[in-house]
Design a protein around this ligand. Sequence first.
Ligand code: UDX
Length: 448
Amino acid sequence: MKVCVIGTGYVGLVTGVCLAEIGHDVICVDKDAKKIASLGKGKVPIFEEGLEGLVKKNLKKGNLIFAEDVGSAIRQSDIIFICVGTPPLPSGKPDLAAIDEVSKLVGESLNGYKIIINKSTVPIGSAKRIKKIIKENQNDESSKYGFDIVSNPEFLKEGEAVKDAFFPERIVIGSGSKKAIEAMKKLYKPIINQDFDYASSNTHKKEKVPVVITDSTSSELIKYASNAFLATKISFVNEIANICERIDANILDVTYGMGLDSRIGSRFMKAGIGWGGSCFPKDVRALGYTAEEYGSPASILNAVIQVNNHQRFKIIRKAMDLLGIIDDKIIGVLGLSFKPNTDDTRESPSIAVINKFLELGAEVRVYDPIVKKYPEEMDKGATITSDPYKAIENADLMALVTEWDEFSSLDFKKIKDLMANPNIIDGRNHLNKKDLMELGFSYIGIGN
Ligand code: UDX
C-alpha cells in the first residue's frame, strides 16, 4: 500500500519504518528540513534500539523515503498517517495546532479517496474535529473526493518502541467506516498474523495480535485510559511503599506477592520516585482535564498526579534525615533520563530532584550513560560528569534516580573509597541492599 506518514517524531518515525519493513511504500514527511535531510542519509536523531538499522535497510530497499513536501506526499499516497506532536498547553490541555495545520493541508491536497489515520495522542473527539477541518478546507478540485477518518492509537514505550511496533499487545481501530476498517486490517495484516521477516528471528514473536474495532471516541479513550491506568498502578504501588516505610514492611516482597495474582500482574509494579516522560504526565493531566470539562469528577486521576508529585521529593526528605542540613553537602546523582534506555529527559523525576538539591545549597554532580547535554529544565548549577565515579568523588551522598543496568555493576568498593561519606539513597530499588550494607554503606531504598 502507498503510505504517507506526517511527522517524524518518535511515533511517526517508528510507525513509518515498521510499515516499510513489512512491505509498504512509505513516504515520511516533516517540515523540519534539517531533520529530513539527516534521516534521508539514514541518521536517526533519537536514541532508540534497532531503529537506525531499519531506517538504513529500508532506505536501501527503496520503499522508505523522507521528504518535506507534505501536499505532494499526500497526493502520492492512499493511506495518510497523522503523527504530529500534541504538547501540553499551560492549562494541561493538548495543543492541537499541528493537527489542525495538517488537517487543512489534507483537505487542500485530496486527489482521490484517502484514509486519514490519526496516531497522535489527541483529546477525545478529535477524529470528528479533523474530519470537520478537512471538509472545511476542500477546494473545487479536492472536494470531488471522499475520505474516511480512523483513530489508531499507538502504545509504543520509549527504549522499546521498535519491539512494541512489531509485537504490539493489540491494534486498536476506531472508525465508523467498514471500508476504512478493512483497509486497516489489510495494512496491518503482516503484524496481525506476525508474518514478516523481522519476526522470524525475534523472541518477542506472538501467535496473533488482537484487533479492537470500535468507534473513534472509544478508541481515543483507550489510549488515554491505558496510560492513566499504568500511571495509577505505579502511584498506587508508591503509596504502598510509603506505608511499608512506616510499618517496616518490604515493598519488593509486597509487590511480588500482589503481582502473582494474575488479576493484578507483576508489570509496572516497581516502586520508586515516580513516573515521568513525554506521555504519562501529559496524558493523565489531559484526561483529567477532559473529565472535568464533561462534568465527570477526576478524583482518582488527580490523586494519581498528587502522589506522583509528592513521590519525587522522597529522596530529598530522606537526604535531610540522613545528612541534616543539605547546604554545602556534595551529592552525586546517577541518572538524568526519565527511565533507562532512552535519552529523553522530558518530565524526568531526576531533574526535579537535582533542582531541589541545588535550591537547598548542595553541590550536585550528575552522571547519565547517554544524556550528555544539559536538559533545558535542569538548573545549570549542577555538573554533568563523564563517568559515574567522578559524580560521587568526595560526595556525602549518592542518589540513584534512573535504573540504568550499568549502575548495578559499578565497583562499589572503589566508590566507598572515593566518597566522603558512604551514603546511598536508591530511588529505584535497583541496587543490592544486602551487598552494599556488607560493604559498609548506609543504604536507603523506597519502601524497603
Ligand atoms: C508510556 C507507555 O508505557 C506507552 O504504552 C505509551 O505509548 C507511552 O507512554 P513511556 O513514556 O516510554 O511509555 O514510559 P514507560 O516505560 O511506560 O515508563 C513511564 C514512567 O513510569 C517512567 O518514568 C518509569 O520510570 C516509570 N515506571 C514504570 C515506574 O516508576 N515503575 C514501573 O514499574 C514502570
